[in-house]
Ligand binder design. Structure first.
Ligand code: TRP
Ligand code: ZN
Length: 475
């Protein structure tokens, strides 16, 4: 049953709060980098992708087309050995460009096979190529690195990235954590395909995204090879390691399912995971064909984490999920994974849709109607945190996983539904992931699409529900 306000897999505020520190560090680092060479702006890639909430996430001057990651993890010592080979395309002439990487030790960088100079400035790995890389040309950058990966603490106090567990690691990168385990152009604006080769102690399983190409055991270690050939944002990559029970099958639609479950969570997880094919089929009817060839679940036992993540093709759960969480994370395969953000400010496009999918699931499976769920939330007083800030403009990275984004974001969709009627509403939520499949979408584009399909002016409605401060008046 729907209980408005529940956020089963999204409990927050786990780690220590480090807001002050985090607020000042990026500014200082940006100043440092700026001081190092604004004069060379012509051939220097920017240290950030221009995201107001995470100014140093991502970089300028190139797009990554493919990541080839070779990792070796020693669970007992928590040591990671990595090699990343990125195939990228320059979008400007580049004598110098940045990757994002935090912690760890870099032992060598090569560009197109030639050793390149590098230095570390905060989360920026600054690479100076021997030759200027020309606009429009592909280049390869190889980075060798190692060390003990540490999660990053987000502005809201939660930890993400490489999070060690008692039997491996829970690897979840939203919004910033990919850079704790591989050098990346760490912003969802830049999607790429991925190959993973992950070596772990024999008996452990390493689970990444996409399809399993093979696994081989020798000398007490097992190497897993995974491939995600569809474009993927860096935060959706995983390389989760643990002692897992593995289940594999294909759905009637030919989707390859790979479930990895920590035995401690197995009995609680089983009845929910059993529903995955029917949930995907139901979501495919609403939103169009499932965007990927593979699917599944990683059910870890990670009691300190406090959230689940929609890792592409294979959501990652910190414990056995309930059915709502399974529905939510798999809805993200359309909303967030296939249709990606261009700015974290638009996060409601991910979370509002995933939550509204839960409401629709209840409505269509003998639970509360979406209207009932809406009404229960709307009954909250104007002082409730639900109305603390508008979902379309959460104000800072600290707020991107809050109730206004999740619940009020879903309420905005429900208001849209009431305004345009069920026929057009379901056409809109089907068209959105179809038109932007494997790409990106912005709030402005969503509003335009809704207006086109419905033939109605909706700027007032979206202003009220996405952008206005305080509790809106309901239509
Ligand atoms: N996007 C996740 C979900 O809604 C939640 C999430 C991922 C999260 N990383 C986080 C929540 C960090 C808080 C902090 O399923
Ligand atoms: Zn979500």
């Amino acid at each position: 049953m729907t209980r408005p306000g529940r956020q089963p897999a999204r409990r927050r505020g786990v780690g220590p709060r480090r807001e002050t520190l985090l607020a000042t560090v990026p500014v200082a680092v940006a100043a440092l980098i700026g001081a190092a060479g604004p004069t060379a702006a012509d051939t220097t890639g920017a240290p950030g992708a221009g995201d107001p909430y995470f100014p140093l996430s991502g970089n300028g001057g190139y797009h990554v087309r493919h990541y080839d990651l070779t990792l070796r993890y020693e669970t007992s010592s928590r040591h990671l050995d990595g090699k990343a080979v990125l195939t990228a395309r320059a979008t400007q002439d580049l004598s110098r460009f940045d990757l994002d990487l935090t912690g760890l030790q870099v032992t060598g960088v090569a560009v197109d096979g030639a050793p390149a100079a590098f230095r570390r400035v905060g989360q920026e790995l600054v690479v100076t190529s021997r030759h200027t890389l020309r606009t429009g040309r592909d280049f390869r950058v190889a980075v060798a690195y190692n060390g003990t990966p540490k999660p990053v603490t987000d502005p809201d106090g939660s930890a993400d990235g490489w999070i060690p567990t008692d039997d491996g690691a829970f690897v979840a990168g939203e919004p910033q954590g990919a850079m704790t385990w591989f050098p990346a152009n760490n912003h969802p604006k830049d999607k790429a395909s991925y190959d993973f080769t992950i070596t772990v102690p024999q008996g452990s399983t390493a689970v990444a995204n996409g399809v399993l190409l093979g696994q081989r055991t020798a000398h007490g270690r097992t190497t897993f090879r995974w491939r995600e050939s569809q474009p993927m944002a860096s935060y959706l990559a995983t390389a989760t390691i643990g002692n897992f029970k593995v289940e594999r099958y294909s759905t009637d639609d030919g989707i390859q399912v790979y479930n990895a479950v920590d035995p401690r969570e197995a009995s609680a997880a089983a009845p929910v995971l059993k529903q995955l094919p029917s949930v995907l089929e139901w979501e495919s009817k609403l939103f169009g064909p499932y965007p990927y060839r593979s699917a599944g679940s990683i059910v870890d036992h990670a009691p300190d984490v406090g959230y689940a993540l929609e890792t592409q093709t294979r959501p990652l759960y910190d414990a056995a999920p309930d059915l709502h969480t399974l529905v939510h994370e798999n809805a993200h395969q359309w909303f967030g994974d296939s249709v990606s953000l261009t700015t974290w400010k638009d996060i409601w496009l991910n979370e509002g849709f995933a939550v509204y999918t839960e409401w629709l699931y209840d409505e269509q499976h003998d639970g509360d109607s979406a209207q009932e769920t809406f009404d229960a939330l709307y009954a909250r007083p104007a002082s409730d945190p639900l109305w603390a800030y508008p979902p379309g403009d959460p104000g800072s990275g600290k707020n991107i996983f809050g109730a206004p984004v999740y619940q009020r974001g879903a309420m905005a969709l429900h208001e849209l539904r009431k305004a345009v009627g069920d026929g057009d509403f379901f056409r809109i939520v089907h068209a959105w992931p179809t038109v932007h499949r494997n790409g990106h979408g912005t709030t402005a584009q969503f509003v335009r699409l809704a207006e086109q399909i419905s033939g109605k002016r909706l700027d007032g409605l979206f202003h009220t529900w996405l952008f206005a401060n305080g509790k809106p008046n309901s239509a």
